[in-house]
Design a protein around this ligand. Sequence first.
Ligand code: ADP
Length: 260
Amino acid sequence: MVKQKIGIIKIGGAFLEDEKLLETFYSAFASMEGLKVLVHGGGKRASKLSIDLGITPQMVHGRRITDAKSLEVVTMVYAGWANKTLVAGLQGRGCNALGLSGADANLIRALKRPASDIDYGLVGDVERVDADGLSTLLNAGFTPVFCALTHDGRGQLLNTNADSIAADLAMGLSPLYEVKLVYCFEKQGVLRDVSDPESVIPRIDPDHFKTLQKEGAISEGMIPKLFNSFRALQAGVDQVYIGPVSLLSGQAPKSTQIHL
Ligand code: ADP
C-alpha cells in the first residue's frame, strides 16, 4: 500500500521573536499541500518572562534546568502565548490548526530524565507517541501544533526539547506515513562558517558531521539538531532537511539535507 505523505515541521525560536520572519513562516506553512504537523519551542520568551517575574533562568550547556517554578513559566509561554499565537496566526490564513501539548489526548508520553551529573529537573525524554490518535486528528482535517511539553501519564507535565519532539513524532508516524522532517530556522541551512550565510552545506552524513564537529564548524543548538536528524533517519523517517521556511514550498535555493 502506498503511504500518504506527511511533513513534520519544527520552527526555531527566532520566528516567535520576529514578526516579519513569522509572516513568512505563516504563508509558507499555510500553503503547504497535504498533511502536516508543527512543533515549536519558545525558550527565549520563557527566559524573558522568568526575568520579568523575578525568577532567574538556570541554564547548563544551553539547556534549561526546569524546577517547579520554571515549569509554570514554560507552560505559560509554550502552551499559552506561543502555541495560541501560532494557532491564531495559522487560523487567520485558512489552516485549521489545533494547539496541543503532549499531555492532550495522551499523544506524547515521556519519562522524567533521571538525575546524573546534572539534574535537569522536570524534563522528559519521549517514550511513546500515539500515532493512531494523531492520525485520527489528521484525518478529521486538523493540523496539530505541538508545544514543547509532554507528560509522564501520572499527572506530571515535563519540559521536552522541541527538536526531540519533532524527531520523535516523525519516528512515531513513520510506520503509517511517508515522513519528511524539516527543521526550519533563521539561516539557509547548516553553515561551514557560521559567519558566512552563503556557506550552506548541501548534504551531511554521520562521518561528515563528526569531521565538522571536530573542526568546530558546528556548535550549540545545531549539534542536538543533527543528532535528532540521524536518530530519525535510523528509525525509518524518509527525509530530513535543515533550512529556511522556503523549504516548505519547495523553493529554497539552498538548504541542508541530512543523510545516513
Ligand atoms: P532553534 O530555536 O532554531 O532550534 P538552536 O539554537 O537550537 O535554535 O539552533 C540553531 C542555532 O545553531 C543557530 O541559530 C546558530 O546560532 C547555531 N549554529 C551553530 N553552528 C551552526 C552552523 N554550522 N550552521 C548554522 N547554525 C549553527
